[in-house]
Design a protein around this ligand. Structure first.
Ligand SMILES: [Zn+2]
Length: 486
């Protein structure tokens, strides 16, 4: 790496952001006008896929460049799954991660390789597998004792319901008085939402100008959908009040299998979801403005999501035990500051495991041989990466609910090659084959009509399952060795 030039990579991930919820991917609404104006300066990957079906499976792929089930799975992230941020750290590149996703916390080892690691209240205190330090335990016991005397969280909820514009006021306070909020965060029901994350990221960027990798993960678009009125009204005439929002989120969205989801309910949910994207967009603008004012070159911005979101395409909602393309298609945009010759659109199929090699490549660091992804930098310059391999997406589920490991879940695997997609559902022992060219909405299962394609995919699946079994066994043994050596 050239020691004289400082480089930065900023990875912005928006949880549960569907590829087709952005205008640049063909959506009829301009949900994120600010983001769109910056996207225009970068390269838009038209065929990007996640390798997971939920946050931990996808982030394990982003960080390790290895398919989620290999080398001991992803929750917790096994020590044997080397992450690219560990490599960056070794090369004196500062690594920073801020998020509020309970599955990406210290509890699941997702802090590994980060110099600076912020996880929100939800992640910090909802898990206790890891030993907490004295200070943290004190905070938790104080927190629960106060709660016993006055249930202020309930009071806050009540105020929220009565007070018009509660969210707007809260977000205004959070963005402007974030230092105070930071002190209060263990005691209040406030998560790291877009105003807080953007404030912290901006302050950090202003202070630190050496080699760095920063990842900011936004949970606002993730359900429950609760955008401020202003953002919602961009997409509909009438507001949805808090009581209705609660009904939509807790009754229909979370228990959709028990109800008939009619068009009106679905449209309301989509409006709320779009409102959330619009809400995050405002804070992305603040981050982008800061980046553009501070760095004119030597900065790579990557924008993506961990998975999409379902809106009843296959009679499923949000993201739970679903491996159809409403979940697997993700947006991916890369902006290289100071480069004008980059191409606008890339058609080639790319995946989340490509992010780690791309970032190492950008820092001129060697890409480990065991990384399964490829650097995407050649694609920015109009070259090809000649991908002829299979794209795998996988995760655990049970009875349609997300599970995080094999102890209580069944494998759900999708294998994609060119226009063909194969799905294996371990629990039901069902297989599906879709010709995505003629059937992009995955409605016609061709597994019985196309034995030669089925054979091809089964052969590949067998190899993959064998690899999972071999590498998991090895990972388990290495994990034990690691503990003994400690
Ligand atoms: Zn997620």
């Amino acid at each position: 790496m050239n020691k004289l030039t400082n480089k930065r990579v900023i990875l912005i991930t928006i949880d549960a952001l569907r590829r087709d919820s952005l205008k640049c991917y063909g959506y009829y609404r301009n949900t994120a006008p600010n983001l769109e104006s910056f996207i225009n300066q970068g390269t838009i990957f038209l065929n990007a896929y996640t390798n997971g079906i939920d946050s931990p499976s996808s982030f394990s792929a982003i960080f390790s460049s290895i398919f989620p089930f290999l080398r001991g799975g992803y929750a917790p992230l096994p020590t044997q799954k080397k992450t690219f941020q560990e490599i960056l750290k070794k090369n004196n590149i500062l690594t920073y991660f801020i998020h509020d996703n309970p599955f990406l916390g210290k509890h699941y080892n997702y802090d590994r390789g980060f110099d600076i690691f912020f996880e929100g209240q939800l992640s910090k205190f909802s898990q206790t597998r890891k030993k907490l330090n004295k200070n943290e335990s004190l905070k938790i016991s104080a927190f629960s004792n106060i709660k016993k005397i006055i249930n202020y969280q309930k009071i806050l909820e009540k105020i929220k319901k009565c007070l018009i514009g509660f969210d707007t006021i809260r977000n205004w306070i959070v963005f402007r008085m974030y230092k105070l909020i930071e002190i209060l965060i263990p005691y209040i029901t406030l998560e790291y939402n877009a105003p807080l994350i953007s404030r912290k990221v901006i302050n950090f960027l202003k202070k630190y100008n050496k080699n760095m990798f920063l990842c900011a993960h936004f949970m606002d678009v993730h359900n429950p959908y609760n955008p401020p009125k202003r953002n919602l009204l961009r997409f509909r005439r009438e507001n949805i009040n808090l009581r209705e929002k609660e009904l939509l989120n807790t009754k229909f969205l979370m228990n959709f299998r028990r109800y008939h989801i009619n068009k009106e309910i679905l449209n309301n949910l989509i409006d709320l979801y779009d409102g959330e994207i619009n809400f995050v967009d405002k804070y992305l603008l603040k981050i982008f403005k800061t980046i553009y004012s501070l760095f004119k070159k030597n900065c790579l911005i990557i924008i993506t999501s961990d998975h999409g979101e379902a809106f009843y395409e296959h009679e499923l909602l949000h993201h739970t035990g679903n491996i159809f393309d409403e979940i697997l298609k993700i947006p991916l945009i890369i902006i290289e500051l100071g480069k004008k010759e980059n191409v606008k659109y890339v058609e080639e199929q790319v995946q989340l495991i490509d992010i780690a090699p791309t970032i190492l490549d950008y820092f001129d660091l060697e890409i480990p041989k065991f990384f399964q992804g490829k650097s995407l930098l050649p694609l920015l310059k109009g070259k090809s990466i000649n991908r002829d391999d299979f794209i795998i997406s996988e995760g655990y589920q049970k009875n349609g609910e997300i599970r995080i490991n094999e102890n209580d879940g069944f494998k759900l695997i999708s294998i994609r090659k060119n226009n063909w997609k194969y799905i294996f559902d371990e629990q039901s022992n069902k297989e599906y084959i879709f010709d995505l060219k003629s059937d992009p909405n995955e409605k016609i299962n061709l597994s019985e009509d196309n034995p030669s394609i089925l054979r091809k995919f089964r052969r590949f699946l067998r190899k993959h399952l064998q690899k999972i079994s071999d590498t998991t066994e090895k990972a388990k043994i290495k994990e034990i060795m690691h503990k003994i050596e400690k």
